[in-house]
Design a protein around this ligand. Structure first.
Ligand code: URA
Ligand code: CA
Length: 434
């Protein structure tokens, strides 16, 4: 087999066989196929697309390019959740203990933040003592005992995807639905999920700015998951503003505690209940989505969800006193208010601008090596639909520096104010099941 023939075949719109896809992915991972040939292939795939079968084969070839996590020692159906990007997305911190509290095993591998999106592992590290590095046996034991553990990415998972993603980044081929879908799904499957709930964001702060593209991405991922024998559903949710009020590591932990307490922001709570009900249903802990939702609401109201968070934190050596005293979380030296200089209704809050503003305060990493400040970030005082009077506080910064003029400029740019009241906002646009 020769790579040049496969490139020509895809260039001409033909379908690649499983053997051909395996040849290409193995050869590329081992360094036998050079970057220039893989670049040409990525561009051909970008224009010619792939059938569902090709997408499944590409995904599985990437899964098989490295280690896979074996969760078979954990009882029950392991359901994973993945959110595509998003800013101030606190859902994993809430969902992990929430669904565990109704008996769904959560064995989650999470990443650190990069650029303007945050990472669950960083957020958890703002709890004193919290260990994110666990060996496989400890991880399995914790999930069997407490129903929940979250571990940092380790091992050599999907090296083919790492290499291909880096190549796509510099060859203008990131934004391709079959390539994004197989990239994300390969990582979920390699980390051992039996079933997968996808949270695909759409809006100005998301990968997929419009609803049609988000739907196509969700369908592509659901097609791959189901084709690979992992029951998968995709929820399409709004990212025309950051989720909840808090953006920043310790600030989001506090917001997660509030939500598990039943006092969280409305949009964040609703999205967690929606994603959580699908997780509980896929794990076969409820006969219907409605029943699952009622179980989750009961877990919040009875305090069981918060108790599970406490057990989860203690299981990983974290200081659980932060749950009753969130002031023990890292705190920035000062807060500064950003004041509106015009009046109007908030139509949109460009989420990635807010993410970048939080990053400028030190909450995000600009490169993989940079240190982050867990205490800083921002809290939105106004959300979409709110009326803002000139002089009102738009956002409260939690900062360790008073040189905030650039951050202030960014935040003001992110808020789009108009005279007319916007139409009621949709949070969940669609649920894709096949
Ligand atoms: N996230 C991924 O992991 N892969 C992509 O291709 C795009 C976003
Ligand atoms: Ca948030």
């Amino acid at each position: 087999m020769r790579m040049v023939d496969l490139i020509a075949k895809k260039r001409d719109g033909e379908t690649l066989t499983k053997e051909e896809i395996n040849f290409m992915v193995e050869g590329y991972t081992e360094g036998e196929i050079p970057d220039y040939q893989m670049s040409a292939m990525a561009m051909a795939l970008y224009f010619q697309d792939m059938t569902t079968e090709e997408r499944v084969n590409l995904t599985m070839a990437m899964v098989n390019s490295g280690d896979t996590i074996d969760l078979s020692g954990i009882d029950g159906i392991k359901v994973d959740k993945h959110s595509t990007g998003g800013v101030g997305d606190t859902t994993t911190l809430i969902l992990a203990p929430l669904v565990a509290s109704v008996g769904v095993p959560v064995a989650k591998m999470s990443g650190r933040g990069l650029g303007h999106t945050g990472g669950t592992i960083d957020k958890l590290e703002s709890i004193k003592g919290f260990q994110v590095e666990l060996d496989g046996q400890t991880f399995n034991d914790l999930v069997n005992k407490n129903k929940v553990a979250v571990v940092g990415q380790s091992g050599n998972l999907t090296p083919a995807d790492k290499k291909l993603y880096a190549l796509r980044d510099v060859t203008a081929t990131v934004n391709s639905i079959p390539l994004i879908a197989s990239s994300i799904m390969s990582k979920k499957i390699a980390s051992g999920a039996d079933a997968i709930v996808l949270d695909v964001k759409t809006g100005s702060g998301a990968f997929m700015e419009n609803l049609e593209d988000a739907r196509a991405l969700a369908k592509a991922m659901v097609g791959i998951g189901n084709g690979a024998g992992r029951q998968t559903i995709g929820v399409i949710s709004d990212m025309n503003q950051p989720l909840g009020f808090a953006v920043g590591n310790a600030l989001e932990v506090k917001e997660a505690i509030d939500t598990l307490n039943g006092h969280g922001p409305e949009d964040l709570t609703e999205l967690c209940l929606t994603l959580g009900s699908h997780m509980v249903h896929l794990a076969k802990k409820a006969d219907s989505i409605d029943e699952a939702r009622a179980m989750l609401i009961e877990a919040i109201e009875s305090g069981r969800a918060l108790d599970t968070f406490k057990i989860f934190v203690e299981g990983q050596d974290g200081d659980s006193s932060v749950i009753d005293q969130p002031d023990l979380l890292p705190q920035a030296k000062m807060t500064k208010a950003i004041i509106a200089d015009t009046s109007g209704y908030v139509q949109e809050i460009i989420a990635d601008e807010i993410g970048i503003a939080a990053g400028m305060l030190g909450a995000g990493r600009m490169t993989k090596e940079s240190e982050i400040d867990l205490s800083v970030g921002l809290v939105l005082n106004k959300k979409v639909g709110d009326y803002v009077e000139k002089g009102d506080v738009l956002v409260t910064l939690h900062t360790n520096t008073d040189e905030i003029s650039e951050v202030e400029e960014k935040v003001k740019k992110a808020y789009r104010l108009y005279d007319e009241k916007p139409e009621a906002r949709v949070l969940i646009y669609d649920v894709i099941t096949k």
